[in-house]
Design a protein around this ligand. Structure first.
Ligand code: CA
Length: 263
């Protein structure tokens, strides 16, 4: 399927049965740079629709219809991002996320028809970076993919910010992505790590929800407070497990969060 701008109109259907027509010449609004996006989706027509959009924005695509195929794809190629449907036959999306996190740190973007907070929480706890609820808007999907890939690029290119950050009972090492608590190492997902670093670099400074979303997830974010809340909860749980007597992150209700240096 060529990503050319003069292709025929292609009808497709979303999982809830709506007919979607891809207009010719869509994009590329966000030119991709050839990263490989692994699309995990068991519904062929929806998978094809997503593949078309992703391909038209300059990314390479690979597809998988279930968890076993995901494992094969990881063996054969090195995906740069995984777009993951939660509701899959066999291994479900959460199990797939757990498996991916054992072998890779690539961004996992969950696509779910369920959309309940519990599903989203479970997805983010198992190591996903972001989520979208079906029916998804394709331009938004493309923007989220671009933002996730940009986060990966930015992660390793700020040498002047690689100095370890130290607070009582906590040492954060940006260069190695390690966090050491009082008693043990704290294992964070890449997104939790970015959130912690963003706050801990400026102790005492109030960071608004929108500011944190833009800083951690990317410039196109700002309204996704549930995503921030769930990631913050996971981060705090892990910090509290490592240092039960200390509180590092304070909530300023309705305003944002402030790093409190472990007092
Ligand atoms: Ca599905």
């Amino acid at each position: 399927m060529s990503p050319g701008s003069t292709g025929p109109r292609r009808p497709a259907h979303t999982p809830d049965g709506r007919r979607v027509v891809i207009p010719p010449g869509v994009g590329p609004a966000v030119p991709g740079r050839g990263e490989l996006v692994l699309i995990v989706e068991d519904e062929p027509e929806f998978r094809e629709l997503v593949e078309l959009w992703v391909g038209r924005h300059g990314w390479r695509t690979a597809t998988a219809a279930d968890g076993l195929e995901v494992m094969r794809r990881f063996e054969e190629e090195e995906p740069d991002l995984v777009l993951l449907d939660l509701n899959l036959p066999g291994m479900d999306g959460w199990e797939v996320t757990e498996w991916i996190r054992r072998v890779s740190t690539v961004p996992v973007l969950i696509v779910t028809a369920m959309g309940s907070e519990a599903d989203v929480v479970r997805g983010l706890v198992t190591g996903a970076d972001d989520y979208l609820t079906k029916p998804i808007r394709m331009p938004e999907l493309v923007a989220r993919i671009a933002a996730a890939l940009r986060r990966v690029k930015l992660a390793g290119v700020r040498p002047n910010e690689d100095e370890p950050i130290e607070h009582p009972g906590l040492r954060i090492e940006p260069s190695t992505h390690r966090v050491l608590g009082e008693a043990a190492e704290i294992h964070l997902t890449p997104t939790e790590f970015r959130l912690l670093v963003t706050l801990a670099r400026h102790p005492g400074v109030l960071r608004s929800h929108a500011e944190l979303l833009r800083g951690v997830w990317g410039p196109t974010y700002g309204e996704e407070t549930q995503l921030l809340r769930v990631t913050m909860r996971n981060l705090r749980t892990k910090l509290a497990t490592a240092a039960p007597s200390r509180t590092y992150i304070a909530t300023e209700y309705g305003l944002g969060y402030r790093f409190g240096a472990g007092t």
